[in-house]
Structures are given as structure tokens and as C-alpha cells.
Design a protein around this ligand. Structure first.
Ligand code: SF4
Ligand code: SF4
Length: 192
């Protein structure tokens, strides 16, 4: 088995510890950002865009329009009542979220390396060993970032972790064939 590239980065929107509903035992779930599907019942709609995203809370917003003035990409526009953030123009620089005086802007998603994630995951090794748990790759659809997923799974195997994934299977067969040897347990979400 080749050695994992632990410097490889991907976009994730959460790393959730102590999950008991995402595979056997106690697990840490890595939620990848990006999904090619747009299911109406999606439990994590903020995971769909395959990039860092800015979420606007209109209840907190005081409509000062500071964010519009400072956005280097000119991605924010205002109507009388709310703001619109053009996700195509937005580069995910986070300037607006950091400077909003009302904390009305939040980022969804961040770039993380395999090393950062694995270091978080192995903190709970004792719980995995007691419960038969491990790491779960979820999303979004984790197969949209196959290179990152492969390196993360390889690193997990190097750490002797049990690996699980939650997938819609919406990916090319070659990608599936590449990833599946590193996965011990598959939760397959059939979309009808
Ligand atoms: S900077 Fe914050 S409070 Fe001001 S308009 Fe933008 S989102 Fe609203
Ligand atoms: S994250 Fe950066 S580019 Fe995106 S809306 Fe905010 S300031 Fe503009």
C-alpha cells in the first residue's frame, strides 16, 4: 500500500466527534463539502456547494452595508430588506465574516489537510477501541473529492483505524474502484 500524502488538502464543513449513528461504535465523522445532487430533504444543505460559502443571518444583520464596501470580489449586493451573496463571485476569503460588526455572516466550509484531520481523529482512539468505532467519511458526497478522500483513508489505515463512509454512490466507477479498497464498512444511501 502506498504511503499517505498527509499534506493533501480538501474542503470540509465539519469534523464531528462522538457520533453513534454513522457506522458501528463511536466514531468521528468528517463531513466533506460538495455534492452533485440537490435533494430537497438534504439534512446538510450547506454542504452542497463544493467551496467555502458565506451564510447570512438576516435576523442579526443591522444593514450597515460594511460587507459590501470591503468585499474584494464585489460578491455582495443589497436589497431593501436583505443581502445577496453571489457564490460564483465569492472567493471564500472570509473578510466580510471577520469584519461584520453584528456577526451576521458565517463561513461554511474550510480547507483542512489530511494531517490536521487525522490528528483530531486519533484523539478518540480509546473510544474506537472500546466500541468498535473509527472514522466515517460523509458529506455532502465525499466521492466529489476523491484524491483527498483517498489520502485521508490511507492515513486512517496507517493509524489502524476502522473506516466507514456514507455515500450516494454518485460517482464514476473508476473513482469507486479506487476508494473502496480502503473502506471497511459502507452506508449506501439509495436515492429513488
Ligand atoms: S456587515 Fe454584517 S451587519 Fe453589516 S450589512 Fe453586512 S452582514 Fe449586515
Ligand atoms: S468571503 Fe470574501 S469574496 Fe466572499 S463575500 Fe465575503 S468578502 Fe466577498
Amino acid at each position: 500500500m502506498k504511503k499517505a500524502d498527509r499534506n493533501k488538502t480538501g474542503i470540509v464543513f465539519n469534523v464531528q466527534k462522538f457520533s453513534v449513528n454513522d457506522g458501528p461504535g463511536i466514531r468521528t465523522v468528517v463531513f466533506f463539502k460538495g455534492c452533485p445532487l440537490r435533494c430537497r430533504w438534504c439534512s446538510n444543505p450547506e454542504s452542497q456547494l463544493p467551496k467555502i460559502q458565506i451564510l447570512h443571518d438576516s435576523k442579526k444583520c443591522i444593514h450597515c452595508l460594511h460587507c459590501i464596501q470591503i468585499c474584494p470580489a464585489k460578491a455582495i449586493t443589497a436589497t431593501e430588506k436583505t443581502l445577496h451573496i453571489n457564490s460564483t463571485l465569492c472567493t471564500g476569503c472570509k473578510t466580510c465574516a471577520m469584519q461584520c460588526p453584528a456577526k451576521a455572516l458565517e463561513t461554511a466550509g474550510e480547507v483542512k489537510s489530511v494531517n490536521e484531520i487525522i490528528n483530531t481523529v486519533i484523539q478518540d482512539r480509546v473510544f474506537y477501541e472500546e466500541s468498535g468505532g473509527g472514522i466515517t467519511l460523509s458529506g455532502g458526497e465525499f466521492l466529489t473529492q476523491p484524491d483527498f478522500a483517498e489520502e485521508l483513508l490511507l492515513a486512517a489505515k496507517e493509524e489502524n483505524l476502522h473506516t466507514c463512509c456514507e455515500t450516494t454512490g454518485f460517482a464514476r466507477v473508476e473513482i469507486f474502484d479506487r476508494i473502496i479498497p480502503y473502506i471497511d464498512y459502507v452506508l449506501f444511501d439509495m436515492k429513488h
